[in-house]
Design a protein around this ligand. Structure first.
Ligand SMILES: Nc1ncnc2c1ncn2[C@@H]1O[C@H](COP(=O)(O)OP(=O)(O)OP(=O)(O)O)[C@@H](O)[C@H]1O
Ligand SMILES: [Mg+2]
Length: 322
């Protein structure tokens, strides 16, 4: 998906601290026209901070950023005209209908009266909102509200779109519908930066993924590459007693980089070779006399990715994990 054209969004060594808290440290990336960058990280990783810095809502401590060729720090007005933002907190007015909300945004973006009506009709139609466009937003479901939020960011046809956890709290169906919205916008050439805590979402939508934790980049690359590096399936084995756990640990220590959760009497084993390897490991444990109470082969979670990348579970709000 790389192009020879200049990227629409660039960040070069972006840094931001709030007092002692390093929210972002030396983060760099570029998003081209029609590309989706997924900013992936746990609570407090710095995702919203990155979005705020790039959308001129927060001042940059060090490093630089551009949107549509304009410098974020020195040309904030031009940057604002080129972007759409759907923040983590909804920006819609609950008392107004969806249509009225879009009308308000169209005025904010200074669309002429003549442009406003057709643009709003087009968006409502295209994003399947006609059925509920004339009800107050207070009556919307979570999915409808998120959709309105995103469509509001699209009123002025932005070159660059920033979506901060666009699918948080949505059910699988609404989530899939929003994914389609994102894909179709990218297909039309919008450069999209979206944040997510969901590895699967980044995997499905993003051309490039940047994994951040406590403000630092811990990995970056296309999802296929990251998954190959860190996203192995995990065999989760639960055993009956602490003695079983010790036996299991001794038995598999040479064969796999297992992670032991003593409290839960659980062993997580990264699996590179699918079902065959899983069966082999389970047989090996059985041969050693380990009493297995439960097991499952699961896709890696964000926790597993962080574990693989940083050797530590993701932490919320900078709290240290043992
Ligand atoms: N205005 C502020 N003042 C002080 N600390 C802040 C401020 N904004 C953010 N932080 C801190 O910076 C860090 C990064 O916050 P940020 O909101 O960017 O995380 P996030 O990745 O968006 O998390 P979440 O997934 O919970 O939304 C956190 O430790 C947060 O407490
Ligand atoms: Mg956030």
């Amino acid at each position: 998906m790389s192009s020879t054209k200049a990227p629409v969004i660039t960040a070069d060594g972006l840094s931001k601290a709030f007092g002692d808290v390093v929210a972002l440290r030396d983060v760099s990336f570029a998003v081209g026209s029609g590309e989706v960058l997924g900013l992936l990280g746990p609570n407090g990783a710095g995702k919203t901070t990155a979005v705020k810095l790039l959308t001129t809502l927060c001042s940059i401590d060090a490093g630089s950023a551009t949107v549509a060729g304009c410098d974020v720090a020195s040309e904030p007005g031009a940057v604002r005209r080129a972007i759409g933002l759907a923040g983590q907190a909804a920006a819609v007015d609950e008392k107004l209908t969806g249509r009225e909300n879009l009308e308000l945004f169209a005025r904010l973006y200074k669309l002429s009266r003549r442009q406003r009506r057709p643009r709003i009709d087009e968006l409502l139609e295209r994003f399947d909102m006609v059925a509920f466009a004339d009800r107050p937003a207070s009556t919307y479901s979570g999915g409808q509200r998120r959709r309105l939020d995103i469509v509001a960011a699209l009123v002025a046809n932005p070159l660059a779109l920033f979506l901060d956890e666009p699918t948080a709290g949505l059910d699988p169906r609404s989530r899939a519908e929003l994914w389609d919205v994102v894909r179709s916008l990218a297909a039309e050439g919008t450069a999209i930066l979206l944040t997510t805590q969901n590895l699967d979402e980044a995997d499905r939508l993003a051309d490039e993924v940047l994994v951040i934790d406590r403000g630092h980049t811990v990995a970056s690359g296309p999802p296929e590459v990251l998954k190959k590096d860190v996203g192995r399936d995990v065999l989760e084995v639960h055993v009956a007693t602490n003695a079983d756990l010790a036996t299991a640990e001794a038995a598999i220590v040479q064969t796999a980089e297992a992670v032991i959760d003593r409290g839960a009497r659980r062993i997580d084993i990264p699996i590179a070779a699918g079902a065959a390897q899983s069966l082999g490991l389970l047989r090996c444990l059985e041969d050693e006399g380990v009493r297995i109470t439960d097991f499952q082969l699961r896709r890696p979670t964000l926790d597993d990715v962080f574990l693989a990348l940083t050797g530590a579970r993701p932490t919320g709000d900078g709290a240290d994990t043992p």
